[in-house]
Design a protein around this ligand. Structure first.
Ligand code: ATP
Length: 495
């Protein structure tokens, strides 16, 4: 299935409380986004499973949470002050700003002299079909000349302390990685680690992007999940330098992680950086691209940063940042492999891949087939009749009980069919319905059967289960047990 149009997703994200434009009531910023009640759950789930899978479950990984504001020299040593730039051009007419290296990839507006100045939008890179001209002017307004490219540093400047003077100048971090490098020795000594080992961090990063856009794909404030995996470059694995072999292992581990949580394997591909494209610190970089609606674009990068960062920080700080190789009895500077993923881009890809429209009994059903561990709501408890106090109170009690272990909500604001559709649209994998049979009818002297209906999102199958079994059932479903296996043990309920 092909990914939905971005506008469809942006609209769903706003309507259902996933993502709002920042400062919307003031006209919005267009370059920053706020995560709403469901968005924040989805985002936390992505970070939680990433942290669990790559840090907590591995013996060779530890975590870190470094500050966003750091000593200004960090950014001189890392090369960001001198190199973290993009070439930009400005339109002299409409004053819009573009990345010089991207302006040729945009569709452009053209007032065609061969058709009395009629306005056309010409596809990127192509000539006007009427007059044959190629783009020279501003692609957006079609009128202004563009300035010559100038280098623009993407770091946000700020001042530490009460005086706005050069001595107090520092930057909002443009990546989380440097917080790890400057703490290398602290972590090494305090945790008594042996190579190879990794330090991971999740946190905000800030880049004054020239052309933010494509929803949360490129914003000026975003979150990263980064690992710096330190390797002894003198070691050998599979007949080659350990850093090269371990780099390949991480590339595959990252790809497999995205597949595990729902991305279709054929919606991803690798991009091997050409020598000219490599960052100043990199020996080899491979990006994982995802088939976003605007085309194949970077989801994450996995770089071999060599010993560049540790050596630079050692040089600028005067502190030794080495590791003592017991076997060879020598101090070495480790090489580092860096899997670096954007939380927001991952979230966008998971949403795009999960989005599905289908027809059910002549009606359109929109659903997010989010992985059960990512879905913002795991269980929705729904009363079939909200006028029956016993049904409502049983449903509330159930929500309270299940919410201790899973994100569980109660909803009685519509008829059951509509409630199911709403939960499908936000990706809730399981709904539990409490009905008359569950609680019985005291007036008629009928006892309840103490059973509820569980409905599974993707198959829409429903099973009838005792209330007492719910914790075990959801424990299994949220573990490795498939729905079909759990469902086989219980009678089907009518849909
Ligand atoms: P791009 O080429 O798209 O600008 P990059 O190569 O500069 O990205 P890295 O410096 O490798 O990106 O950052 C690692 C990851 O952080 C990216 O793969 C992406 O997922 C995320 N990221 C980087 N910049 C942004 C941004 N402006 N908005 C959202 N996520 C970002």
């Amino acid at each position: 299935m092909s990914a939905p149009n971005m506008d469809v997703l942006v609209s769903l994200a706003k309507r259902r409380g996933f993502i709002f434009q920042s400062s919307e009531i003031y006209g919005g910023t267009g370059s920053c986004w706020d995560y709403g009640p469901l968005g924040v759950e989805l985002k936390q789930n992505i970070k939680r499973v990433w942290w669990r899978d790559f840090i907590q479950e591995r013996p060779d990984m530890v975590g870190l949470d470094a500050s966003i504001l750091m000593h200004a020299t960090v950014w001189k040593a890392s090369g960001h002050v001198d190199n973290f730039t993009d070439p930009m051009v400005d339109c002299r007419e409409c004053k819009r700003r573009f990345r010089a290296d991207q302006v040729g990839d945009m569709a452009w507006l053209h007032f065609c002299p061969a058709t009395k100045g009629n306005k056309f939008t010409i596809p990127a890179g192509g000539p006007c079909p009427h007059c044959g001209a190629t783009r020279t002017l501003c692609p957006e307004c079609g009128k202004g000349e563009l300035t010559a490219p100038r280098q623009f540093n993407l770091m946000f400047k700020t001042f530490m302390g009460p005086v706005e003077e050069d001595a107090a100048l520092t930057y909002l971090r443009p990546e989380t990685a440097q917080g790890i490098f400057v703490n290398f020795d602290n972590v090494l000594q305090s945790m008594r680690l042996k190579l190879p080992f990794g330090i991971a961090q999740i946190g905000k990063a800030f880049r004054n992007e020239i052309t933010p856009g494509n929803f949360i794909f490129r914003s000026r404030e975003f979150e990263q999940m980064e690992i710096e995996y330190f390797v002894n470059p003198n070691d050998r694995m599979d007949g080659r330098p350990a850093d090269e072999a371990i780099h390949d292992t991480w590339i595959e581990a990252c790809r497999a992680w995205f597949v595990r949580y729902g991305l279709a394997a054929d919606h991803m591909k690798f991009h091997e950086h050409e020598t000219a494209e490599l960052a100043h610190y990199s020996k080899r970089t491979v990006d994982i691209l995802y088939k976003f609606p605007m085309g194949w674009s970077e989801l994450m990068g996995i770089a071999n940063r060599t010993d560049f960062d540790l050596k630079q920080h050692s040089k600028f700080s005067g502190k030794s940042l080495t590791y003592f190789d017991e076997e060879r009895k020598e101090h070495i500077v480790p090489f580092v492999i860096e899997p670096s993923a954007g939380v927001d881009r991952a979230l966008l890809a998971f949403l795009l891949d999960a989005y599905q429209e289908e027809e059910v009994r002549g009606e359109k059903r929109v659903l997010l087939r989010l992985h059960r561990e990512l879905a913002p709501i795991t269980i929705a408890v729904l009363p079939l009749l909200k006028k029956r106090p016993e049904i409502v109170s049983t449903a509330h009690e159930l929500r309270t009980r299940l919410a201790k272990r899973w994100r569980t909500v109660y909803d009685d604001t519509a008829a059951i069919g509509r409630l199911y559709r709403r939960q499908d649209e936000v990706g809730t994998p399981y709904c539990v319905t409490v009905d008359v049979k569950t609680v019985g009818d005291r007036e008629k002297g009928e006892a309840g059967d103490g059973k509820v209906t569980i409905r599974e999102r993707d198959s829409m199958e429903q099973i009838r289960v005792p209330l007492a079994d719910l914790d075990t059932i959801f424990g299994r479903l949220m573990g490795e047990t498939a729905w079909s296996e759990v469902a086989a043990a219980y009678p089907r309920a009518e849909g």
